[in-house]
Design a protein around this ligand. Structure first.
Ligand SMILES: *Cc1c(COP(=O)(O)O)cnc(C)c1O
Length: 430
């Protein structure tokens, strides 16, 4: 599909284009394996001499059509679906990092990713330095080591909705000869296109807005195809020198701009097997077909609710980058001029019990450990995900004991405001 068409058209039509007499909706190829006519044909597939399907753990036509749609949405050269967002971030880094290597990540990232990098990567011998994304350039520069292989950030951080300064980080990463990997889950390509701002690899938890209906856990990695791995052969031997598991094939020589995503598919997916099922890819595609409409509505609703909270006497503070006095307002306007996402954080005046009474009185907004689907939901980390921690430990973990994460769904904004308003009033009376 032409990349010049609007993102709305890509959401609906990119990826699968039926020919004469074929089904209008993308078919689910629910098959583990694929048939060939000669032994030689099959042999050539295993040597990556021919492209074709042979086993769904490596590639499946349904998954590939959905991946191609997401690659088109992001403007990348190729993409690979994974079983979850966690698997996407793991593969995205592990594709170019191994034991003995180092990487740099911003500290304000999704808790699951923080654990993956800080605990599990450490066990695998990959050392991660976490940096404050507001740090001055000199401080970020100082975190680089000779064995640093990548820089990682989130375009809008979960849960703080802080905006990533793409130009600052891509300039620094490229100055040090390493790629910038960005998790673009929250704004989605509808509101932010990281490749246009210098990112090299984009990841998503498709579980969030892309699926959007709370049905399907999944992830994706998109290759921007612009990073010149061959300029740094000794940094990226996995891409630039022969792979013994494919008879000495060299990815950059054989696959050019798609070297990174091809290696992730034929090597990491082959060996780790964290595939998305074709059935789930089908659900994901249904979500993608309305992504442009939903993201806009999530964001409009959230903006209305953020303004309401900002003006409410019981509210201590609101963090949403589209509020004029938010410290990230200018960054949001620069990188996401059409809007951000549907998630915000806020705190009520009063203690933890007051916050709990408020949540218990909500009727439409439900208490859930999720974000970014069609249902509005709320979570209070100090009472839920981080409840074992003392006030002091919460502070050390960077979790404000008052912080509530609110994810706004696709309901009517006025109904949601009325619900939040009545819950605040009820909590005050009790
Ligand atoms: C949820 C989330 C993830 C993890 O994705 P799963 O699909 O739950 O594995 C990664 N990054 C961000 C920004 C997320 O919100």
């Amino acid at each position: 599909m032409e990349e010049r068409v609007d993102i709305a058209t890509l959401c609906v039509q990119a990826g699968y284009q039926p020919k004469r007499g074929e089904p209008r909706q993308m078919p689910i190829i629910q098959s583990t394996t694929f048939k060939y006519e000669t032994s030689d044909q099959m042999g050539r597939l295993f040597d990556l001499e021919d492209s074709g399907y042979f086993y769904t753990r490596l590639q499946n036509p349904t998954n590939d059509m959905v991946a191609a749609k997401i690659a088109a949405l992001e403007g990348g050269v190729g993409a690979m679906l994974t079983s979850s967002g966690q698997a996407a971030n793991f593969f995205a880094c592990f594709n170019i990092c191994q034991a003995g290597d180092h990487m740099i990540s911003t500290a304000s990232i999704y808790g699951g990713t923080y654990n993956l990098f800080g605990v599990t990567f450490k066990k695998m011998g990959i050392d991660v330095t976490f940096i404050d994304q507001n740090a001055p350039e000199e401080e970020i520069e100082a975190a680089f080591k000779p064995n640093t292989k990548l820089v990682f950030g989130e375009s809008l951080s979960n849960p703080g909705v802080r905006v990533f300064d793409f130009e600052k980080f891509s300039t620094i990463a490229h100055r040090h000869g390493v790629p910038l990997i960005v998790d673009n889950t929250f704004p989605t390509p509808v509101h932010c296109r990281p490749f246009e701002w210098g990112a090299d690899i984009v990841t998503h938890s498709t579980t969030k807005y892309m699926d959007g209906h709370g049905t399907t856990v999944g992830g994706v990695i998109v290759d921007g195809g612009r990073f010149n791995w061959d300029e740094y052969t000794d940094k990226f031997p996995g891409l630039c020198t022969p792979d013994p598991s494919y008879h000495g094939l060299t990815y950059t020589k054989k696959f050019g701009r798609a070297a990174y995503i091809t290696k992730a598919t034929v090597q990491l997916m082959r060996d780790f097997g964290a595939i998305q099922s074709p059935q789930n890819a089908f659900y994901l595609n249904l979500g993608l077909q309305t992504l442009h409409l939903r993201v806009k509505r999530h964001n409009e609703n959230a903006a209305a609710i953020a303004r309401f909270l900002k003006g409410n006497k019981a509210v201590k503070w609101v963090m949403f980058p589209e509020l004029e006095d938010d410290s990230n307002y200018t960054l949001a306007k620069k990188y996401m001029p059409n809007g951000t996402c549907g998630v915000m954080c806020f705190a009520l005046k009063g203690n933890r019990e007051f916050a709990n009474r408020f949540m218990d009185n909500l009727k439409l907004v439900t208490i859930e450990t999720h974000v970014a689907d069609c249902y509005s939901c709320i979570l209070h980390p100090a009472s839920h995900t981080h409840r074992q921690l003392s006030q002091q430990q919460l502070k050390e973990a960077g979790v404000d004991p008052d912080l509530m994460r609110l994810s706004i769904g696709l309901e009517n904004a006025e109904d949601l405001i009325n619900d939040i308003s009545q819950a605040i009033d009820a909590a005050c009376r009790q």
